[in-house]
Ligand binder design. Structure first.
Ligand code: ADP
Ligand code: MG
Length: 565
């Protein structure tokens, strides 16, 4: 049968080069990645067999096997899960589909600092390619459930791979690593040693819901022949079903890495349980950094749904609103049918109740961080604030909670964002509104002529630079009984009663003085502007363009124009 040699996609090649010459010091994690993939494949098979009654597969003994050949220096991770078709192998192993990869790799290349590259790899999560940190050749033999023929894939990680059909592959996937010589690198352990493998599995994969088995040697009793036996290396305890004080932080972290495919530790853990008519357990995580696809329309939602320990689906959108799409974790709902569909889930009353509780708990957790762990809160808001603000647009039920955890840049302090309560506490006597300005960045806003009067008066202005800001401020309208008012719209009244009278007299005088000039300008600019007014709000700039109270702001105008309106 024919063997083809194919090239890795350019981005995959770069990532592989990083792995082959890896600077990542913790090489043990390659095993975590392979086991994680095997476990996903077993979940997928179980699910497929539930959904597709015609699929002829045996799901009675789903497991992962680790096989060692000391003489050949190979390590194999085998599963009897869903497997891959030839095209899938080419698609998912030969290319990297994650959005933002190219950009990330560019940063990696430009970075000369080894620690920084480590961190970037950590953020990206290299998955299957991690095998090339410890192996100089990797073989993968796989057969997709329901198909008759299998596929063999092989590569040294150097730009190309070979792919060939195989007739007799068992269903599922076996990944065989031809391990690098033990002295190739200080960070390599002996991955053929039982003790090493046991330790790594215990450390990183103990909670995996399928048995991870290995054949081990047992010395014979009293000088008798040594024998072998197959042992299960992991406890398979579902972490979310255990009580919080029984779980070590490190266990939570490894579990997070398994469900999120992230290499960094989570920022915060939310472990909850619902009792009563509808029982569920939820183990949720706030990541410590935003994924590359946070704002891509194809971006994923992080929560997995289980029913009584059985994996049902990834990206369960019924359980988390879009603005919390970065929350990762597991929800185990006890009373659902195993083959429930996404569509039905969306309608399910009980799921809606669970979702409301999860959202409230997540927001309460952030509020708690804000009050008690400001460093963590700052990280959270810097990474996810722009997404969370989307919630202010349509989650009216949680609007107050969202407004409480919100923070925005402000003229009050160049380095520290403020929350709305902070703004209100600093409002001047006689100030009735909360002032804000929107724009592309802080500098542009600060230099805009609109700011002058506010600066002169000593009024604090919130500086809103995310695209979503314009929408939520309009929608929310007020906070604590105070109107959110744009400094760029309509007539903003900054003066007290006497100042107003004096200013009015002065304006009257100026109107007469400049009447001819204004009339002339009005004629000359008739096509560009609605009206020419003498301004009371500028102190140093000669003129500025002001929108009507109901006009679009310049940023929104630009956005709509870009969209073709
Ligand atoms: P991730 O697990 O984050 O998707 P990986 O690089 O670990 O990324 O794996 C890439 C893809 O290869 C997986 O999404 C899956 O489709 C496929 N894959 C890897 N290992 C297996 C396996 N043992 N069985 C079936 N598919 C697998
Ligand atoms: Mg993976």
């Amino acid at each position: 049968m024919r063997t083809e040699t194919l090239e890795f996609q350019a981005e995959a090649r770069q990532l592989l080069r990083l792995m082959v010459h890896s600077i990542y010091s913790n090489k043990d994690v390659f095993l975590r990645e392979l086991i994680s993939n095997a476990s996903d494949a077993l979940d997928k098979l179980r699910l497929a067999s539930l959904v597709d009654k015609d699929l002829q597969v045996d799901t009675s003994d789903l497991h992962i096997a680790i096989e060692v050949d000391k003489a050949a220096r190979t390590l194999t991770v085998r599963d009897n899960g869903i497997g891959m078709s030839r095209d899938e192998v080419v698609q998912v192993i030969g290319t990297i589909a994650k959005s933002g990869t190219a950009e990330l790799l560019r940063t990696l290349r430009e970075s000369t600092d080894a620690a920084a590259s480590q961190e970037l790899i950590g953020q990206f999560g290299v998955g299957f390619y991690a095998a090339f940190m410890v192996a100089d050749r990797v073989e993968l033999v796989t057969r997709r459930a329901g198909e008759t023929g299998g596929t063999r894939w092989e590569s040294t990680g150097e730009g190309t791979y070979t792919i060939a059909p195989v007739a007799d592959a068992p269903q599922g996937t076996a990944v065989t690593l031809h391990l690098k010589p033990a002295d190739a690198d200080d960070n390599l352990h002996d991955y053929t040693a039982e003790w090493t493998i046991r330790q790594i599995v215990k450390r990183y994969s103990d909670f995996i819901a399928h048995p991870i088995r290995m054949e081990v040697e047992r010395p014979g009793a009293e000088g008798g022949e040594p024998s072998t036996e197959v042992q299960t290396l992991n406890s398979m305890k579902a972490l979310w079903a255990r009580s919080r004080d029984e779980v070590e932080p490190a266990e939570y972290h490894e579990f997070y890495k398994h469900v999120s495919h992230d290499w960094a530790d989570p920022l915060e853990i939310v472990h909850m349980r619902g009792e009563g008519t509808f029982e569920y357990e939820a183990l949720l995580f706030l990541p410590s950094h935003a994924p590359l696809d946070l704002f891509s329309p194809q971006g994923r939602r992080g929560v997995q749904l289980y029913v009584k320990r059985v994996f049902i689906m990834d990206d369960c959108e019924a359980l988390m609103p879009a603005y919390l799409r970065f929350v990762k974790g597991v929800v185990d709902a006890h009373d659902l049918s195993l083959n429930i569909s996404r569509e039905i889930l969306q309608q399910d009353r009980q799921i809606q109740v669970v979702r409301r509780r999860l959202v409230k708990k997540v927001l309460a957790t952030v509020k708690d961080l804000k009050a008690n762990q400001p460093e963590k809160y700052r990280t959270f808001w810097a990474e996810f604030g722009a997404a969370v603000k989307e919630g202010l647009i349509d989650d009216t039920e949680n609007r107050d909670a969202l407004l409480e955890i919100l923070s925005v840049a402000s003229t009050h302090d160049a380095a520290e964002p403020t929350d709305l309560a902070g703004y209100v506490s600093r409002m001047k006597d006689g100030q009735t509104d909360i002032y804000y300005a929107t724009g592309e960045n802080r500098a542009t806003i600060e230099n805009s002529p609109h700011m002058e009067a506010f600066r002169a008066k000593g009024y604090e202005v919130l500086l809103l630079t995310d695209a979503v800001d314009e929408v939520w401020v309009e929608r929310v309208g007020e906070y604590d009984g105070k109107t959110l008012r744009s400094i760029a719209k309509g007539q903003v009244d900054l003066d007290t009663e006497e100042e107003r009278k004096a200013a009015e007299a002065e304006r009257e005088r100026q109107r007469t003085e400049y009447a001819d000039l204004l009339a002339w300008m009005g004629g000359a600019l008739a096509d560009q502007v609605k009206e020419i007014r003498l301004s009371s709000r500028l102190t140093t700039s000669p003129a500025c363009v002001v929108g009507d109270a109901h006009d679009l702001t310049p940023t929104l105008e630009k956005m709509y124009r870009a969209m073709g309106h």
